[in-house]
Design a protein around this ligand. Structure first.
Ligand code: CU
Length: 195
């Protein structure tokens, strides 16, 4: 048992538990809740496994971030490194897609119904957070959060999250939030077999 003392007030309280799933030995899930202290919503925290053994291939179908009603939707999009993100425009006004972070990108400005793809191909230090902005509308902001393995989830308004299909084993689960910080937590995904 270790006791951590910190001078920082953890603004996000992360509670997580590894759960046994189906039998026989199948992957489990990590579920829990995030409490975003002082905010009206507990949503949009990215909860992720810091390190997991193995190599991971980005999914072939692209992830998607839309621009709709003058907002990036989803507001926070976690992806595995190497993933292609399709940026759409569903508004009757042109939107731009750029990020000032890391290698930077500016995909240009395009009208309703069109889209452009961008590959998030590198991430030196997890999480790689790309602030997603629109030059036409400075108030618009979203986040693409690049991670090293596919074991991540985004919290809902109530703060609930579920990281699915995690192989059994010990992990450290961390949380990223645009405005708050939280402490990582150890979690073990295991199986209680009985008869
Ligand atoms: Cu815009």
């Amino acid at each position: 048992m270790t006791c951590h003392r910190s001078v920082l007030i953890p603004a996000i309280v992360l509670a997580a538990a590894g759960l046994a799933a189906r039998l026989p030995a199948a992957d489990g899930s990590i579920t829990g809740t995030v409490k975003a202290t002082g905010l009206g919503s507990n949503a949009d925290a990215v909860v992720y496994v810091q390190q997991a053994p193995g190599t991971f291939k980005a999914p072939a179908p692209p992830a998607a971030m839309d621009q709709r009603k003058m907002q990036f939707i989803p507001h926070v999009l976690p992806v595995l490194v190497g993933t292609t993100v399709k940026f759409l425009n569903s508004d009757p006004t042109p939107h731009n897609v750029f990020s000032p972070d890391f290698e930077k990108y500016n995909l240009g400005t395009w009208p309703e119904g069109q889209s452009k793809d961008h590959v998030f191909g590198t991430c030196a230090k997890v999480p790689c957070v790309y602030t997603q902005l629109c030059r036409v509308h400075p108030e618009m902001e979203g986040f693409v959060v690049v991670l090293a393995n596919p074991y991540f989830a985004v919290s809902d308004k109530e703060g609930r999250f579920e990281i699915k299909a995690v192989p059994p084993g010990p992990y450290t689960v961390a949380v990223w939030h645009a405005k708050l910080k939280g402490q990582p937590k150890p979690v073990t995904v295991d199986f209680a077999l009985g008869r």
